[in-house]
Every structure is written in structure tokens, then in C-alpha cells.
Design a protein around this ligand. Structure first.
Ligand SMILES: Cc1cc2nc3c(=O)[nH]c(=O)nc-3n(C[C@H](O)[C@H](O)[C@H](O)COP(=O)(O)OP(=O)(O)OC[C@H]3O[C@@H](n4cnc5c(N)ncnc54)[C@H](O)[C@@H]3O)c2cc1C
Length: 398
């Protein structure tokens, strides 16, 4: 196992650093640093800058617009992005449906959709979960019935992140109810402007609107918008989930949170001295840092395995569990560090048009929102219980 970076890797790191220093818009950086959801406009503006640089899709093959970076370069870039508080591209297009399209799509689908993903012409959302079908995804009920060269789609999706911003949704639908669950599913690309689609907001525990219900009532979808074969959608769906768990540990973001915690602890006081000198605080932060360091080295070991041509099996599940637990502990400690100023939290939209100051110092705005939102980190992307099932099956053979 070789964990050191070459001279070329270090030069690449400097190039990424310089690009982020000069090109990342200050407002986009600030929102991400505070842990707030991106605005549609800000996220698209930033993605277009990335695309102009040719860095929108590091994981795609070069022929479709990928960067051609080595695994180590991808790791370095992800870490520099985290350190600079640069949001990664929205995952639904570039990390989820994009790889499905270039792997299983028709030449026409590739030619049409891939450049639009790179240029952020389409904002995608993920129509997998349904009421009653989350972990047990294969039980999904949304139906698509063939009518000539169209499908007629009826049903409901739930927890659809940013559906309110989306131009397109990739959807799992049931095309054969008589087959075994996994064998009757198809994968459709649906234009969100199609008549019969209704999006209803779900306001989260963070009081923000990122989640939605999406209803389909006699929605006509051209058959040419189906990925691959009819009733083979489960294969493409599972392939996509493998890509969803890329970079799920968010080590770089957590390292940035440690930096923020250290800065807050210099300013906040406890018992007449800076919190940074408080033994209880030092103990809590150090415990998290030790776990974060172990997580980072675990991730590096997996990267080293990948770059030596080995396949990963249950390793992404390990990263998902430990990464999300560290994220939750860090935001809890951030809120705790802010004392009474950490607790008050108002939804962003309540501040529109108001001229009074927020409660507490400026840096106290954000941590509570992120802390509340990240309660979901151990649920989305496949719950941590499901990840533990994967480990027990693939590693322990249970
Ligand atoms: C913030 C957020 C964003 C999301 N965004 C999207 C999105 O954009 N698109 C989308 O399609 N979905 C999205 N989801 C849905 C997400 O994928 C599901 O919430 C997740 O798969 C869990 O499904 P569920 O909510 O139906 O819970 P359930 O599957 O009902 O699980 C309930 C509990 O039981 C446990 N459990 C279930 N089965 C087992 C088992 N076999 N063994 C052990 N424990 C088990 C689970 O771990 C969980 O604790 C999002 C969810 C959240 C919270």
C-alpha cells in the first residue's frame, strides 16, 4: 500500500487550489460553508464554471466529457473542494443518471442528454422511493402501461430531493405486475413539464424545502425515453445506486467542519476562558478527529486498492456508515459549541425582506440547519441499517 503523493499529484493539487481560489463564487462558497442548501441559480452558475474548465464530470469516461484524472487525482480534487467549501456538482445528473445513460442508453439518448447534463441545461431529480417502498425499493407500485409509442404513468414518488427545481426526473416504474418484483420494473426519463405531474413540498425538520412528493396522473412518456430493455430496470437501478455511494463519506467536508469548530472555539467562551481550552470540549473534538482520521485512512486504503485494479464490495458501506456518523457528531458539536446562539433557528425565507439582525453572531447562522438536516444522512443513500446488512452478508457471510 502506497499512501504518498507523487510530485505530479502535488502539482495537480496546487492547480486545483488555484482554480478554486480564483473561480469559486463567494456567495456559493458561503452557503456551502454554512451548510445551507444551494440555490438553483447559484448551483447552476457554479456548475457552468466547472464545465467550462472541463471539470464537471471527473468520474465519466473521457469520450463522454470526463477529465481523464487518475483515481488519486479524483481524491485530491474532492479534498480540495471540501477544504475550499466548493459544492460538488448536484449528484442526480452527473453522478447518478449520467453513468446510467452512457452505459445503457441508446446513441440518441447519449447524444441528447449527456451534453445537457455537463452544461447544466437539465436539473435532474431521483424518482425511486415511494410511500411504503424505501429500503424495500423493489416493492414500488408506480405503474407504466404501454399505449402505442408511449407509456401512461400513474402513481406517486416521495422524498424527491429538489423536484421543485427539476427539469427531468429518472423514475422506476412497474411495467409488469405479474412478474417477480425485481423483474417487472423499467427505468424511464420523464420531462417534469409533462401534463399530469404535480409536485408538492415536504418541509423538513430543518424548516426548509428540499423534499417533495411527486404525483403522476396519466402522464404520457415516449417509449424512446426508456433506458435499456423493458422490465430490466432493476439492473440499471442497482448500477446507479453503486454510483450514488461514491464520495459518500464526505471526509473533506468533515475536515472543513473541524476547522470551523476550532475557529468557533477560539471565540466562544466557557467558564471564563476560550472553549478551545475547555477539557470537555477538547475531549469531544479529539474523539471525533480520531474517528475522522481513521475514516480518511480507510478511504485512502480503498483508493489504493482501486488503483491497483482490485474491486470493492462492501467497502462503500463501511465509508457510508462511518462517514455519516462523523458528520452527525460534528454538526451536533458545532451547535453545542455555539451555546445559546446555536439553538435559535429560523427558516431562511422568514428573513426575506426583514431588516432586523439575526440572533447571535453571524457564524451562528447555519449550523443548526445543517445539524437538523443531517439527521437524514444515516437514512438517505440506503439507510445505515441496510449498509450493515450488506457488510454482514458480503464480509461475514451471514
Ligand atoms: C433527506 C432525504 C432525501 C432523500 N432523497 C431522495 C430522493 O431524492 N429520491 C428518492 O427516491 N428517495 C430519496 N430519499 C428516500 C430514501 O432513499 C429512503 O428514505 C430510504 O431508502 C429509507 O426508506 P424509507 O424512508 O421508506 O424507510 P424504511 O425502508 O421504511 O425503513 C424504516 C427503518 O427500518 C429500517 N429497515 C428497513 N428494512 C430493514 C432491514 N431489512 N434490516 C434492518 N433494518 C431495516 C431502516 O433502516 C429504517 O431505520 C430521501 C430520504 C431523505 C431522508
Amino acid at each position: 500500500m502506497d499512501l504518498s503523493f507523487s510530485k505530479d499529484d502535488l502539482a495537480f493539487r496546487d492547480e486545483v487550489r488555484e482554480f478554486l481560489r480564483t473561480s469559486l463564487p463567494a456567495d456559493v462558497k458561503e452557503r456551502f460553508d454554512r451548510g445551507l442548501h444551494p440555490t438553483r441559480e447559484g448551483q447552476i452558475r457554479w456548475q457552468k464554471i466547472l464545465n467550462e474548465k472541463g471539470w464537471m464530470a471527473p468520474n465519466w469516461p473521457k469520450e463522454y466529457g470526463g477529465t481523464g484524472w487518475t483515481i488519486t487525482q479524483k481524491y485530491i480534487a474532492a479534498h480540495e473542494f471540501g477544504h475550499a467549501s466548493a459544492p460538488p456538482p448536484m449528484s442526480f445528473g452527473v453522478s447518478m443518471v449520467g453513468p446510467v445513460i452512457y452505459t445503457f442508453g441508446t446513441p440518441e439518448q447519449k447524444e441528447y442528454y449527456l451534453p445537457r447534463i455537463l452544461n447544466s441545461d437539465d436539473w435532474w431529480c431521483q424518482g425511486y422511493s415511494e410511500p411504503g417502498s424505501g429500503s424495500d425499493l423493489a416493492s414500488l407500485q408506480t405503474k407504466a402501461v404501454r399505449d402505442g409509442d408511449h407509456y401512461i404513468v400513474n402513481g406517486q414518488k416521495i422524498w424527491t430531493t429538489f423536484a421543485q427545481h427539476a427539469d427531468m426526473i429518472f423514475c422506476l416504474v412497474r411495467t409488469d405486475s405479474s412478474a417477480k418484483q425485481q423483474e417487472g420494473i423499467s427505468f424511464l426519463l420523464i420531462d417534469m413539464k409533462t401534463p399530469g405531474i404535480t409536485v408538492k413540498p415536504i418541509i423538513g425538520i430543518d424548516k426548509e424545502h428540499s423534499l417533495n412528493e411527486v404525483f403522476f396522473e396519466d402522464v404520457r412518456v415516449p417509449v424512446k425515453n426508456r433506458i435499456g430493455e423493458e422490465n430490466k430496470g432493476w439492473t440499471y437501478a442497482k448500477f446507479l445506486l453503486g454510483h450514488e455511494r461514491n464520495n459518500i463519506a464526505r471526509v473533506a467536508r468533515s475536515k472543513r467542519q473541524v476547522e470551523r469548530l476550532r475557529a468557533f472555539a477560539q471565540t466562544e467562551r466557557s467558564g471564563g476562558r476560550p472553549l478551545a481550552e475547555d477539557p470537555d470540549f477538547i475531549n469531544k473534538l479529539t474523539r471525533i478527529e480520531v474517528d475522522l482520521m481513521a475514516l480518511e485512512y480507510t478511504e485512502l486504503r480503498y483508493i489504493s486498492m482501486l488503483s491497483h485494479g482490485k474491486n470493492l464490495t462492501a467497502e462503500p458501506s463501511v465509508l457510508k456508515i462511518k462517514g455519516t456518523e462523523v458528520q452527525q457528531r460534528l454538526t451536533s458539536l458545532l451547535v453545542e459549541t455555539l451555546g445559546m446562539y446555536g439553538a435559535p433557528y429560523e427558516a431562511e425565507k422568514n428573513f426575506e425582506g426583514r431588516n432586523e439582525a439575526r440572533v447571535g453572531p453571524d457564524y451562528a447562522f447555519g449550523p443548526m440547519a445543517e445539524h437538523l438536516y443531517l439527521r437524514a444522512a444515516t437514512i438517505y443513500g440506503g439507510s445505515n441499517e441496510i449498509q450493515r446488512n450488506i457488510i454482514s452478508k458480503m464480509v461475514l457471510g451471514l
